[in-house]
Design a protein around this ligand. Structure first.
Ligand SMILES: [Zn+2]
Length: 303
């Protein structure tokens, strides 16, 4: 069994057809390895942009790719077809899901395709490395951060070039490689995979949302475990809810904070204990209702 570690560079540009921005892929870089993570081959392809005829100065600086380099590149769907032959059905590994999301976007735009033609099986390398390093999964470990944590020398790598970044990912993977564990992260690229990967987490900012259960709003004392009594109304701040509590058992007072995230898997409730005398926002002219009653039916998107 082989693995292919893929990395992409892209240029964010405005599409008149979409009436919005697209991350147009300008480079593929990949390394193919065997089960022992020995390198079998590498892949590099520059892609001639069709939406943003010129790439931004920021991307030129970041990647060292010039507009002249790109004008010799192949078209996106040609690169996809070459990469498909080269990767030969092997599981694709990327650092985080953003490369996959931009592939979906580009395949839809240029090929009218809802699927990525070469993707059969997938492993999120970032997720795997985070689990091996017991890194807080909420924090999203960047490739550079991982290289530093794993004591991988980044010195001889050109940053933000697709092939170099895929080779850097490989060096990180080698430090924490366990074949069976890695395979447990293998996902089949079926319809559910596409739904899940494109699902955008929503923070629920409305306490009357039917997904929120009454028991979600209950706090138990973190000292003695008794059911704590709520002293104030719920107040919304920073997309979370706060109220003051007092424990009838031991008298402890605290501020309880709740946040509701609607993820693909369902509603995730995050709760925290804050100091009781945590500053309460005073109602101001700009926000007259800050301390009063239930919040309005706001929902906000986060990436
Ligand atoms: Zn108590």
């Amino acid at each position: 069994m082989n693995f292919v570690i893929l990395d992409l560079e892209w240029n964010g540009t405005y599409s008149r057809r979409l009436h919005g921005f697209i991350n147009e892929i300008i480079e593929f870089g990949a390394v193919k390895v065997d089960e022992r993570l020995e390198i079998l081959d590498t892949f590099e392809e520059l892609i001639r942009p069709q939406v943003g005829k010129k790439i931004s100065g920021k991307i030129v600086t970041l990647t060292n790719i010039s507009n002249e380099d790109l004008s010799d590149g192949v078209l996106f769907m040609q690169a996809v077809s070459r990469f498909r032959k080269w990767s030969d059905g092997a599981p694709i590994l990327t650092w985080g899901t953003s490369d996959i999301l931009s592939l979906i976007e580009n395949c839809r735009y240029f090929g009218g395709n809802e699927r990525i033609p070469f993707l059969n099986q997938y492993i999120n390398l970032q997720q795997y490395c985070e689990s091996q390093l017991s890194y807080d999964p909420g924090k999203q470990m960047g490739l550079s951060a991982a290289a530093q944590l794993l004591d991988v020398d980044e010195g001889d790598f050109e940053h933000h070039r697709a092939l170099d970044d895929s080779l850097l990912s490989l060096r990180c993977l080698r430090k924490v490689y366990d074949k069976q564990k890695l395979l447990s992260f293998l996902e089949t690229a079926d319809a559910e995979f596409y739904r899940k990967i494109q699902f955008k987490t929503v923070i629920v900012c409305d306490l009357t949302n039917p997904l929120i259960k009454r028991s979600d709003m209950v706090f138990h004392c973190d000292e003695c475990g008794r059911h704590a009594r709520r002293l104030t109304e719920w107040e919304m701040r920073n997309k979370s809810f706060r109220a003051k509590f007092e424990c009838p058992g031991c008298g402890r007072k605290f501020t309880g904070r709740l946040q509701f995230k609607l993820k693909y898997e369902g509603l995730i409730v995050k709760r925290a204990f804050l100091p009781f005398d945590e500053k309460t926002k005073q109602p101001s002219a700009a926000e007259p209702d800050a301390s009063q009653g239930l919040p309005n039916q706001l929902q906000s998107l986060e990436k």
